[in-house]
Design a protein around this ligand. Structure first.
Ligand SMILES: Cc1ncc(COP(=O)(O)O)c(C=O)c1O
Length: 397
């Protein structure tokens, strides 16, 4: 099947993720476990999820010849966000699509299971990518799992510690270049053109194919597409993939409507908002520190077709949303991910009453401990004497 084409058989996933909108079971857990054991189910239900290629096989360009390289990515939770919803009011329902719970901690795993499986199918022995960090972690993990070498180019000094640690630990060969992401991407494209190595950035069409499954999961969970999808935008692959997924699912009758695609960029790196390339992109949200998005045309099409919009959010707004997500909702995402919530809060007046909004949280907060330690409102008492009286006094007793 051609990339991007809707599958012939338009049925649901073979093993759909849990429907978070469905009614929870009233049976006590112990009784359920006992019933499951008697019926021969010895493993918890979560283990039944086989990863997104098997879960959504009919929707993806794979065949029996494709070796499936998976870490059981996908099926991430759609978490209600009552504190954010309260700030918007008007009976608006807000959900967080927490893709930071993928195996390497970001949505990139969705695209990488596809890109690496297809590279393996084609006989490739090595892959290469440019990365602000998350792609390098995912490429390294999936390539090594598939028995391939992974080369990753990162902008020297602008990758969060957790992501660098991941790429190194997963066994990538890391090349830190004195330049930004856009320059690194131009280099890996040239290398992949000249040498026998597969490029796994989001110009690789299999990446977006895998990433579109997040839209399927949102519709599967809600039983309908949301009114708004708020999403951080860097290289603009993910917003394009979601739009493809929502369209394919609607065409097959799984939803009746399409969401407005609301893309948010960091103010210092907002080429799609400004309408021109940003030569020296800058933001605290290093994952979206990108000045020349390679999927620009696709993203502009998604905006036009969905009656959506792009908007810039400042670093201060990103950090405010980041802290609110952590201390208000108990959800730790990385700064770039919080751009989706910062954007929603900025556009709150325009959200229709009673609307359903999904904010995509693209990466896990643990990837960037430095930003979390530097930007929080918590009390951190250090150097205390190790006795009960001191601890109690500091606690206010
Ligand atoms: C955490 C995070 N959020 C958002 C993005 C932006 O995604 P895209 O480049 O597909 O627009 C990235 C890209 O690296 C990312 O790592």
């Amino acid at each position: 099947m051609a990339c991007g084409a809707a599958p012939a058989a338009a049925s649901g996933p073979r093993n759909p993720p849990r429907r978070f909108g469905s009614r929870p079971s009233l049976l006590p857990v112990a009784l359920l476990s006992s019933l499951r054991r008697r019926l021969g189910h010895t493993r918890p239900a979560m283990q039944d999820w086989p990863g997104l290629i098997e879960g959504y096989r009919k929707w993806l360009p794979v065949s029996d010849k494709t070796p499936v390289i998976t870490l059981h990515e996908g099926a991430t939770p759609l978490i209600p966000a009552p504190v954010i919803a309260e700030r918007i009011g008007k009976g608006v329902k807000v959900y967080l699509k927490y893709d930071g719970l993928n195996p390497t901690g970001s949505f990139k795993d969705r695209g990488m299971t596809m890109a690496i499986s297809k590279a393996k199918e084609a006989g490739s022995e090595a892959v290469i990518c440019a990365s602000t960090g998350n792609t390098s972690a995912a490429a390294a993990a999936y390539a090594r799992r598939g028995g391939m070498r992974a080369f990753v180019l990162i902008p020297d000094g602008y990758v969060a510690q957790g992501k660098l640690a991941q790429a190194l630990l997963y066994g990538a060969e890391v090349l830190a270049v004195k330049g930004n992401f856009d320059r690194a991407l131009a280099i890996v494209q040239e290398v992949a053109n000249q040498y026998p190595i597969t490029l796994v950035n989001s110009v690789n069409p299999f990446r977006l194919q895998g990433q579109k499954t997040a839209a399927f999961e949102v519709v599967d969970a809600l039983g309908e597409a949301p009114d708004w999808l708020c999403i951080p935008v860097g290289n603009a692959g993910n917003i394009s993939a979601y739009w493809m997924g929502f369209n394919e699912y609607k065409a097959a009758g799984h939803s009746r409507r399409l969401p407005r695609m609301m893309g948010f960029q960091a103010a210092g790196s907002a080429p799609l908002v400004l309408g021109h390339t940003v030569e020296q992109p800058d933001t605290i949200a290093t994952a979206i520190r990108i000045g020349n998005p390679v999927n620009k045309e696709r993203a502009l099409k998604a905006r036009a077709e969905s009656n959506g919009d792009f908007m810039a959010v400042t670093d201060a707004e990103i950090i405010e949303a980041y802290k609110l997500l952590g201390s208000g909702e108990g959800v730790f995402c990385e700064p770039a991910s919080a751009a989706s919530v910062a954007g929603l809060l900025k556009r709150r007046e325009e959200v229709p009453a009673g609307a359903t909004v999904v904010c995509v949280l693209t990466g896990n907060g643990l990837k960037d401990p430095t930003t979390a330690i530097e930007h929080n409102d918590s009390k951190f008492h250090t150097g205390l004497e190790p006795d009960t009286a001191t601890v109690a006094r500091v606690m206010g007793f």
